[in-house]
Design a protein around this ligand. Structure first.
Ligand SMILES: Cc1ncc(COP(=O)(O)O)c(C=O)c1O
Length: 443
């Protein structure tokens, strides 16, 4: 029996032994087409990359580690400068960490430190959205709206406040345009700020494209602009969690570039290190950085492994490859192909309710009844069966349940590597289609 306390103790995991591009092979010789980028939108360059591996080795041969309160490193400075040069708005400085939860945790702490530096100690309240995920630490779970992931720990979590997500497929009214809906959805934020008292609200956090919890749901047109306007009106710090949707996944390096709306603080992770190393980054605007610089001059936050040289070397090389190989063009082209092929294949499918997303971050929501949008009973475990069927058909995708309210609803996330080819996209759709047919044959 494995000595690892695995995520699920009811089944045995296969052992993965090799990977190249969008293909991985287990130790029994089974090969899988990875339409998920390592399961959860991480391996953006695909599996295995000689340039990245060489960059890590080079760095480790020079110097592997020193605590960031003693020294900085060329590689961390260069990565931070590259991210800032690429960043929209006035995001101007970076705090590194070891992954998404740490990057969001740092974002929450930086927003609070900002208010302390400004002397507004009463700004303590955090607003987030239902059906969101911001990480697995107690701090990030407290601001996460993913009910199944929160519920065991809820007595230990600080009290955040939640508004409805921007979820056009289910929440827009008949006859409402996308923009009318977006502005109406954002108005709930203003209502919540006024209810709590603006002088008490420290920050609002959201995913510009909601990832695993809702299944690749981009904000409706106008929503983020209105959110920015409301935050500015009441001085609330705006945090974008782009851990899953950022770093090129949606076709622009930062997802919010598409909307032309920029936050005060932004967290990125998964595609930043591409799975070669564990790394996250929190970018802060001049306003936040200046308040700290002209205040205590001390970042009241830190982890032993923040800005690790090997992580920064990997992320810098991943960043360079994305740009030098113009991979974002491929993300946009292949993303368009993936969505079109899914739409064509499932145009009349009784159980495919919605296909959405941006770039190579595409979600498909499954319904019992396409007309009424009624969900399958969770007892049918549709998303779990689909994951198993796809696996048996040599396809790795990321299905999830609880799409609508933490319990009802099923969706699938497609997030292949940015290097995926036209032929591989067609293969993904073919294998998925076969898997879906098999699932519904048995329901
Ligand atoms: C939007 C979002 N934020 C934060 C996290 C947490 O990141 P990590 O699992 O790397 O700690 C995730 C992980 O899935 C995520 O999707």
């Amino acid at each position: 029996m494995s000595k690892i306390l695995h995520r699920t103790l009811n089944s045995t995991l296969s052992v993965l032994s090799s990977g190249r591009g969008v293909w991985v092979t287990d130790n029994k010789g089974n090969s899988y087409l990875d339409a998920s980028a390592g399961g959860v939108a991480v391996t953006c360059l695909g599996h295995g990359n000689d340039r990245v591996i060489a960059a890590i080795a080079r760095q480790l041969n020079e110097v592997s580690y020193f605590h960031t309160s003693f020294f900085t490193s060329d590689v961390a400075e260069e990565l931070a400068a590259s991210l800032v040069a690429e960043a929209p708005g006035d995001l101007s400085q970076v705090v590194f960490s070891c992954g998404g939860s740490e990057a969001v945790e740092a974002a929450l702490k930086l927003a609070r430190q900002y208010w302390v530096e400004k002397g507004e100690l009463g700004r303590t309240e955090v607003i987030s959205r239902h059906q969101s995920y911001h990480g697995g630490t107690l701090g990030t779970l407290a601001v996460g709206g993913n009910i199944p992931r929160r519920e065991t720990y809820s007595p230990l979590l600080f009290s955040a406040h939640f508004i409805t997500p921007c979820y056009q497929y289910r929440l827009a009214e008949d006859g409402e345009t996308e923009e009318e809906y977006g502005i109406r959805a954002a108005a709930e934020l203003e209502g919540k700020i006024l209810e709590l008292g603006p002088e008490r609200v420290a920050m609002f956090i959201c995913e510009p494209v909601v990832g695993a919890t809702l299944g690749c749901v981009p904000a409706a047109k106008g929503y983020l602009k209105e959110v920015r306007r409301i935050c500015d009106a009441y001085g609330v710090v705006l945090i974008f969690d782009e851990v899953m949707c950022g770093a090129g996944r949606t076709g622009t390096y930062f997802s919010c570039e598409y909307d032309g709306v920029f936050p005060d603080i932004m967290a990125i992770a998964k595609g930043l290190g591409g799975g070669f190393q564990a790394i996250g980054a929190t970018l802060v605007s001049e306003k936040i950085a200046d308040a700290i610089q002209s205040g205590t001059g001390l970042l009241k936050h830190g982890f032993t492994y923040m800005g690790h040289n090997a992580s920064c070397a990997a992320a810098l090389e991943v960043f360079r490859i994305i740009h030098q190989d113009d991979l974002l063009s491929n993300v946009r082209a292949r993303g368009h192909q993936l969505k079109s092929e899914l739409e064509r294949n499932f145009a009349d499918h009784p159980h495919v309710g919605d296909i959405r997303g941006r770039g190579l971050f595409v979600g498909l929501e499954l319904v019992a009844d396409r007309k009424t949008k009624k969900c399958f009973s969770p007892t049918l475990k549709v998303n779990g069966s689909l994951k198993k069927r796809a696996f048996a058909n040599g396809l790795l995708i990321y299905p999830n349940g609880g799409t609508v309210d933490g319990s009802q609803g099923d969706h699938v996330v497609f997030s292949p590597a940015y290097t995926v080819s036209e032929e591989e996209i067609s293969q993904i759709v073919k294998r998925f289609s076969r898997s879906l047919d098999q699932v519904f044959h048995y329901i």
